[in-house]
Design a protein around this ligand. Sequence first.
Ligand code: ZN
Length: 321
Amino acid sequence: MNNTSPTSPVDGLHHVTAIASDAADNFRFWTHVLGQRFVKKTVNFDDPGTYHLYYGTRLGAPGTAMTFFPFPGVPRGRRGIGETAATRFSVPTSSLAFWAGWLEKNGAPVREGENRFGDKSLITADPDGTVIALIERDGDTREPWATDAIHADHAIRGFEGVTLRLHDGARTRDVLTQALGYREAGSEGQAIRYISTGGSHAGTVDLIMSPGAPPAGGGAGSVHHVAFAVPDDEAHVLAREIIKGMGIPVTPFIDRNYFHSIYFREPGGVLFEIATNNPGFTMDEPEETLGQGLKLPPQHEHLRAHLEATLKPLPQQGSDS
Ligand code: ZN
């Protein structure tokens, strides 16, 4: 990068969006088993017959929001290159024994992580096979969302980062370091670690090189896209200019109600988004009742009666059924 390149205003993850096959099963796992707060019940703005479900900590703050498009009965995706191999969450030091027991008790798969770069981690999956890594992180000061079963001393703090599986990663590295504010922090075997220079707790991206592996195929349990965070619209404009300047096609600014978005496919094949931290999930319902009502953007409000009659009802937050 030369001295005249603008510094990226991006700092770590904003949200991660994956594909599910059953909204109620997805809801139960992410609220009850992982102990996340359900912070928004809305629809896919580009396909309003489909839910868009958001989970996170108290406010679903940027860097904590895991979201799903549930397509009823959609077949499972195929693991491979050009996709997010794992979504990584930060948990407190010495909490993995609790998590192993709790996940087993709930019938979730549990295995020890590869523990690259000295990480202590545990790998599990949701009912669709979405790969989840719980990574012990000392000093993550983000306020967790605690439940009756998962107390604050064990609870998820938010994302730690993502692991991408790629053919070689060379051009993805350029996107990370030039457009998204990451720096290389080390390599181990086939993995290279990048860390956000902005200091985000959700600031790790690991690239795993698997040349020769088959390409991934999207479906249930696949991450649809990874969204990175910028503080505001002004920073968004700068981030878009940097991406355009790299010769990468990028969408116009799109209003997602809770944030503003741009999308581009990074050269390794993973769909990236950059989203603004504002206005956030309290823009159309108060903090106390986040997630309780079906929230629709103005352009889809006329569909409300139809959607309330056809979208599968979800259990109540905190119920075990
Ligand atoms: Zn998104």
